[in-house]
Design a protein around this ligand. Structure first.
Ligand SMILES: Cc1ncc(C[n+]2csc(CCOP(=O)(O)OP(=O)(O)O)c2C)c(N)n1
Length: 418
């Protein structure tokens, strides 16, 4: 079967969003999805980010598929366990089976041996796709994921799908690196608008014309913006200032005390509290933003969380969703686990976002700046990044009392409300 035929079968079953990391065994399928002018395939930096993107898209009303090599099962184990399975988020996992029957490059052999057992351990129902039963297998998968409200997997051994380079077994050959990048990506906006005490000026290079910024301008920016900013307010104060600006926007929180402090400021049905997977909030928020382009989606992130899945910053920059607003409460520590130093004390995260292609990247320290930065971000096209420097120390706040399913259901209803 060709990738285009499988893409058509998926579409007929209502799959309208896909995220993944390529494998040569499904290069033909990914090529077909990339050709779709609706831009429904998102090239994720890692498989766990793809799981986050798919979960966000499902919460916002889409029917998602996640495409990955079986090696990506390892990468996404925690996202599957403490996000998809814990909250009960349906998704079709299309997992290629490298190392099938022990015949493959050495790096695939062990993972190939344990692929079905990994899925069984996780409690993810799965079928091995066979040429003569693909339509029935897809029907089964769709039914199961909707009935069980969780991910299910179709495992694809070599030889079931056509591949562009002739060798179904792949072997890490040229097909592994032949990806043509994202399609349907809106071009970066050249307009710069920033708020707050420190704003990185100057337009990002447009996607189609990656002209580097002049070195002299970069040097000038570096002189104007100190490497470190002195935090003066606590994270809870900063969150309270930010929440004042919100209407009914979906708000996705990073795990840890960010969730708990935000809950103590205002519990909203539009709040998604990530109580599990560290590092996944930005991917979930991006999935929501892409699935609901008419609404702003806001992420409250932490510096440790952001750095754990920093590749998502590149995906945001490349896709440039206008409705994506990313606030990072940067206390320069892993506060939730006892204030161990995070790399952000030496690294300006707003500069990373700016270089990645966010339309604006502000860095703020004062309460009024937090409010002004978010107000501007909600009023103008993004993607926007706001680095909020905050002091260490947590407020004495309770755990989130809602069950994961309750968080899911009320968030989903609120996001999909007209
Ligand atoms: C995969 C994983 N590793 C480690 C942890 C433990 N953990 C929970 S929150 C957290 C710190 C998050 O840091 P940051 O995003 O900076 O937020 P802060 O706690 O400082 O508010 C860590 C390390 C975890 N939950 N998951």
């Amino acid at each position: 079967m060709s990738g285009a035929e499988l893409a058509a079968l998926l579409e007929r079953r209502g799959f309208d969003f896909a995220a993944g990391v390529p494998c040569s065994l499904i290069e033909d399928l990914i090529a077909a999805l990339e050709r779709d002018p609706r831009g429904r395939y998102v090239a994720a930096p890692r498989e766990d980010a793809a799981v986050g993107l798919a979960g966000g898209a499902w919460l916002a009303g889409r029917r998602p598929a996640v495409l990955m090599q079986n090696s990506g099962l390892g990468t996404s184990l925690n996202a599957l366990a403490s996000f998809s399975l814990m909250y009960g988020l349906p998704a079709l996992l299309v997992v290629t089976w490298r190392g099938f029957q022990g015949k493959d490059a050495p790096e695939h052999i062990l993972t190939g041996q344990i692929t079905p057992s990994l899925l069984e351990l996780l409690g993810i129902p799965h079928r091995v796709l066979a040429r003569d039963s693909i339509a029935a297998d897809l029907d089964w998968a769709r039914r199961e994921m909707d009935t069980l409200m969780q991910p299910v997997a179709l495992v694809i051994p070599p030889g079931v799908l056509e591949t562009g380079h002739g060798s179904a077994a792949g072997g890490g050959g040229p097909g592994e690196t032949r990806g043509s990048g994202l399609r349907g990506i809106p071009g970066h906006r050249m307009l710069e608008r920033g708020v707050g005490s420190v704003v990185e000026p100057g337009p990002p290079p447009p996607a189609a014309d990656p002209t580097p910024r002049p070195a002299a301008a970069d040097e000038q920016h570096a002189r104007q913006t100190p490497q470190s900013l002195r935090p003066v307010i606590s994270r809870r104060e900063a969150i309270a200032e930010a929440v004042k600006q919100l209407g009914d926007e979906p708000l996705i929180h990073a795990n840890g005390y960010i969730c708990r402090e935000s809950f103590s400021v205002a519990d909203r049905p539009q709040n998604f509290y990530m109580i599990g997977s560290m590092g996944l909030a930005s991917a979930i928020g991006l999935g929501v933003a892409l699935a609901r382009p008419a609404r702003r989606a806001v992420v409250f992130d932490g510096d440790g969380n952001l750095l754990m899945n920093l590749g998502v910053v590149g995906t945001v920059g490349a896709l440039a969703p206008k409705n994506f607003v990313h606030l990072v409460f940067d206390n320069e520590v892993y506060g939730s686990t006892g204030n161990q130093a995070s790399p952000s004390r030496a690294v300006r995260l707003d500069r990373i976002a700016r270089a990645a292609g966010y339309r604006t990247a502000a860095a703020v320290t004062a309460p009024d700046e937090v409010g002004a930065a978010l107000r501007a971000a909600l009023a103008t096209d993004g993607p926007h990044f706001v680095l909020v420097k905050v002091t260490t120390g947590e407020a004495d706040v309770p755990r989130i009392p809602h069950t994961p399913h309750a968080i899911r259901d009320r968030f989903r209803a609120a996001v999909q409300a007209p």
